[in-house]
Design a protein around this ligand. Sequence first.
Ligand code: NAI
Length: 335
Amino acid sequence: MATHTITLIPGDGIGPEVTDAVLRIVEASGVSVTWERHDAGVVTFQRTGRALPLELLESIKRNRVALKGPVTTPIAEGFTSVNVGLRKALDLFANLRPVWNLPGVPARYSNVDLVIVRENTEDLYAGLEHQVIPGVVESLKIITERASTRIAQFAFAHARRHGRKKVTAIHKANIMKLSDGLFLECARAVAREHADIKYDEKIVDATCMHLVMNPSQFDVLVMPNLYGDIVSDLCAGLVGGLGVVGSANLGTEAAVFEAVHGSAPDIAGKGLANPTALLLSAVLMLRHLGEEPAADRVMSGLGTVLTEGTQTTKDLGGTASTQGFADAVCRAVEA
Ligand code: NAI
């Protein structure tokens, strides 16, 4: 059996707890992995002055695949986001966030099956901010033809590969006529090359309302960075919360798999975190590596435990700890 070498970033907050749980479940699936562990964020910043160490970037470039726990970003001060830095440094231009109901997970809706494709490298996340004069700050929203076309192509290619029927471009081009206007222009041009896949457009605020009222009308949604960040959390809320949505950051040279959620400092170290979101990201990773049978085994074991419902974490109404839940999934995967 081939051994995969994968970069592992445990992260901080609940990161180490959920990555530990997920590593055990991946091992139970029978896949052989050598993990190259690297810290990032506040831990390395205090030690070395770098939140995103060069050895970490080198490791991902070499291995081309990483599994990442959440990393805290200081608010309104301190180092720039490790997450944004990683996506930019490795040109992980597409953030893929499949949102669907898991068996046994209590949720507002039971018929959600959509995919968010978020542009990952520009928009207001370019981090280009400055003070014009005291009391006035400018933050630049960068939208380019190259990145917008590339993400639209990714969304249509994903739709085609997975038999999806419709791509919706999300925007605010009624107000940001030039920037979101360019995004739409690019999406329309790509849509014309894929006439068999339905294409439509929705303004981001109306999209939020429609998602809350009737999420089943959506299929693949493609959008600039900031809207993608916000809409993803909204969608997580439709299917049971941030504990149950995985994601992949994909580029042409590397892929980094991580949960949608953050480091959850309010529950860190208490054994309350649900590792399902990172596990779903690891399943995306296993499929990316061609380990389909192992991915299926994990999904089946996870489904068994969630459906039984006696060993789930607190966010899903259960009483199990992070590791107790992981033990149950390991047993179900190995059964
Ligand atoms: P958060 O996602 O960490 O937490 C929001 C709420 O969801 C909290 O009540 C938390 O307890 C709950 N939650 C999150 N994950 C959970 C899980 N696995 N199981 C059970 N409950 C869970 O968002 P917040 O508090 O806004 O961000 C905290 C830090 O994380 C910030 O520094 C932020 O910048 C960072 N962050 C990092 C991300 C990454 O590394 N990719 C993504 C999002 C935020």
